[in-house]
Design a protein around this ligand. Structure first.
Ligand code: PBG
Length: 323
């Protein structure tokens, strides 16, 4: 036997020497949930260890993450039901929770990379990502709302805006809006291939943002499709996206790889709430070793081709030195 691949696995030193994929703090983006009030920190029932923070506690959380070398945050607001309406007007109200939070974070931590979410669902009385009329999600009318939301977020200090709505043409529309209003420096991380997934359930619990009727299948992608991801990616790239995202991550590693092989842009992947919940639930029952499972999950997403990973594990992984 001339070939014995096991020789390269015989000691920890050699295994580390030939390791092809690494995950570091710089690759991680931490999603954070915000809620109104003072000194609030409420755990999301289906996401053990993940909380909704009032702005004061959000600042404390971000400060401690920065100390761990975790520098990028994706913020999502839990909006009071009474403030929701058909047109998500709360999303661009100057004194609204979300815009206040962005301003505060950038004021205290200008070095933090703040990523903001562009979609109507947290503010929509219909619980959809776009304007609803007669049970339909209107595309072009929604772009106008997304444009207002984007400008308000850029004004508040967002470094990267991340449209998660899946309306057609939104990247181009938002790029033009930003450029026309003096925000040429603000980046766009587009949710390019976002699937109509069962794995968003816990996130919708966190924000109380589940659709009030129907599902999101007329705008989010069919989980059975792969080539369609390339169509979305190509358009987003042509329309000026700086990052292309695939979401969820674990059931879509093939899509991450495909998108990566067909673009020179950095690819991001969202290790979503349901993926986090599954792993945590098994760990709580003693069925999985958390350190090993989390490290394997993140490594596999990187191996598939993701440069950046949005993950609820980010803080814990760095705190416990699991990488
Ligand atoms: C909605 C949005 C969702 C997530 C991020 N932005 C849920 C949805 O599309 O219903 C899910 C993230 C997660 O599950 O962690 N614009």
């Amino acid at each position: 036997m001339l070939q014995r691949p096991r020789r390269n696995r015989k000691s920890e030193a050699i295994r580390q020497m030939v390791q092809e994929t690494h995950v570091s703090a710089a690759n991680l983006i931490f999603p954070l949930f915000i809620i109104d009030g003072d000194n609030q920190k409420t755990e999301v029932a289906s996401m053990p260890g993940i909380y909704r923070y009032s702005i004061d506690n959000l600042l404390r959380e971000i400060e401690s993450c920065l100390k761990l070398g975790l520098n990028a945050f994706d913020l999502f607001p839990n909006i009071d039901e009474a403030l929701k309406d058909k047109y998500a007007t709360e999303s661009h109200r100057e004194e609204g929770l979300y815009l206040r939070a962005i301003r505060e974070v950038k004021k205290h931590f200008p070095e933090a990379c703040v990523i903001t979410d562009v979609a109507m669902d947290p503010y929509s009385s219909d619980g959809h990502d776009g304007i609803v009329e007669n049970g339909e999600i209107l595309n072009d009318e929604t772009l106008e709302v997304l444009g207002k939301m984007t400008l308000a977020q850029a004004q508040a200090g967002a470094d990267i805006i991340a449209p998660s709505d899946m309306m057609d043409g939104r990247v181009g529309h938002l790029r033009t809006m930003l450029d026309d209003h003096g925000f040429k420096h603000v980046s766009i991380m587009s949710y390019s291939a976002k699937y109509a997934s069962a794995f968003y359930g816990p996130f919708r619990d966190a924000l109380n943002s589940a659709p009030k009727f129907g599902d999101k299948k007329t705008y989010q992608m069919n989980p059975a499709n792969q080539q369609e991801a390339l169509i979305e990616a190509r358009f987003d790239e042509a329309e000026g996206a700086d990052f292309l995202m695939v979401k969820p991550a674990l059931s879509y590693l093939d899509v991450i790889k495909l998108v990566k092989d067909n673009t020179q842009l950095p690819v991001a992947a969202y290790n979503v709430s349901g993926e986090y919940a599954m792993l945590k639930a098994a760990v709580q029952r003693g069925w999985l070793n958390e350190q090993r499972a989390v490290s394997e999950v993140l490594t596999s997403i990187r191996r598939a081709g993701a440069t950046a990973i949005l993950t609820y594990h980010a803080r814990e992984v760095l705190e416990n030195k699991w990488l």
